[in-house]
Design a protein around this ligand. Structure first.
Ligand SMILES: [Mn+2]
Length: 416
């Protein structure tokens, strides 16, 4: 049985005031083609369908058109949609009586009241009504709804309580699913932050998550090992969490420049109804790029030449971020750059959506061009502090000041 796992579409998002609607249209068309081509049985969506709690008419129409096309053009047995922290849970839930009839199971929100938890259990049946798999549709849920009290508690106590409550939630839901539909594979969703305990199985640079790990993400142990697969949403980069076989597909259409730097994915998940004891096999499917995003850095002449030489294969006109290195502020910089784009036809003309000027001749205390090239995620908190100190005071922080900052860091004063 094939389950296609996606999350974090963020319909309606704009990258630097530049809409992504055209890419989302193409993504949803592509998704339908993929579902048909690969004979997908279930679409499992891990939250953040919309970017804003009050989606525009255009976004709503993208969503409903997609669901209706799925019902008419594909052989999907079920679409499972869960709410993310960006979605309005009640807005997502409101049309569920109609969506039910299209085979769309929506769970926008859930409460700590266990009597209502049956709403999350969604059996996947064959045309003759035989249950082959169960999807446990867990939306974004704030820990306070699970009974975590933060008033008067230390960060450590809060974190322990959060871990305990989420572990209970996933354990009880697995048991509930197993009791209702014994002997079939169970998959679950979740819209939360979880990182693997090691880095061995994770693809690519993992600096960002490891920094954040300390800031209150959940450990892999929260997921009951009773699930064959856990389809997560919230983190916008694809990676897996070995052990519980939990995966993030990441956002399929980049929502900012950082995401535009890496390949985007959806995940094809294979569960065997005859072998419920096996973990699901997962295949990464690359999402095509419909719009290239370029980053140009250098002097005015260099950038003008770079703009004229831009080439791409993607269908839509490129977006460009420019970091202009100047001796002094260049007020007419944008005019010269826009002129350089006149060589493109109106339809293909790239659009500069990010423009900044970096002064190269001042501020000897800090090399600003170096600073611009370093991603915040690649710096430790102490390095950020040190750099800011240099900018503010035009001198290195003394060992005493660094020691004071380090001592602040070592206090466990961050909340999950
Ligand atoms: Mn998101």
């Amino acid at each position: 049985m094939k389950i296609l796992h996606t999350s974090d579409w963020h319909l309606g998002v704009s990258a630097d005031q530049s809409p992504r609607h055209d890419e989302h249209d193409r993504f949803l068309d592509w998704l339908i083609e993929l579902i048909i081509e690969r004979d997908v049985d279930v679409l499992l969506h891990g939250g953040d369908t919309f970017h804003y709690v009050q989606p525009s008419a255009r976004c709503l129409s993208q969503y409903y058109n997609f669901l209706s096309r799925c019902a008419r053009e594909t052989k999907l047995r079920k679409i499972v949609v869960t709410g993310g922290n960006h979605d309005s849970a009640s807005r997502l839930d409101a049309p569920s009586p109609i969506l039910d009839s299209l085979g769309v199971h929506v769970v926008g929100t859930m409460s700590g009241n266990k009597d209502t938890w049956h709403r999350t259990i969604c059996p996947i049946t064959t045309p003759d009504g035989h249950v082959e798999c169960v999807a446990v549709a867990v939306p974004y849920i704030h820990e306070s709804k699970l009974g975590v009290i933060s008033t008067g508690r230390t960060p450590r106590q809060i974190r322990d309580a959060v871990v305990e409550k989420f572990s209970e939630l996933y354990l009880e839901l697995a048991e509930m699913a197993r009791k209702l539909y014994p002997g079939v594979p169970i998959v679950a969703t979740g819209h939360l932050t979880c990182y693997p305990s090691g880095v061995g199985h994770v693809e690519g640079d993992f600096a960002t998550p490891l920094h954040m790990y300390n800031l209150g993400s959940l450990p892999p142990e929260v997921f009951s090992l009773g699930y064959n697969y856990v389809g997560l949403g919230h983190i916008h980069r694809m990676f897996d969490i070995p052990g519980p076989n939990a995966w993030y597909p990441g956002s399929p259409v980049p929502t900012d420049i950082i995401e535009a730097r890496t390949q985007r994915y959806v995940l094809m998940v294979d569960v065997d109804p005859e072998r419920p004891e096996l973990q699901a096999a997962v295949e990464k499917v690359e999402v095509p790029e419909w719009r290239s995003v370029f980053e140009l850095e250098g002097g005015l002449d260099e950038i003008v030449t770079g703009l004229g030489a831009l080439e791409w294969n993607a269908e839509l006109p490129a977006y460009v971020y420019v970091d202009l290195q100047v001796d002094q502020p260049l007020h007419a910089g944008m005019d010269a750059l826009n002129e350089a784009l006149d060589t493109f036809s109106a339809i293909q003309r790239p659009r500069i959506i990010g423009y900044k000027e970096t002064l190269t001749s001042h501020h000897d205390a800090i090399n600003q061009s170096d600073l611009a090239r370093v991603r915040l995620a690649e710096l430790t908190p102490s390095q950020v502090f040190e750099r800011l100190y240099k900018v503010r005071h035009e001198a290195d922080p003394t060992p005493d000041i660094m020691a004071a900052f380090e001592s602040l860091l070592s206090h466990d004063n961050v909340t999950p």
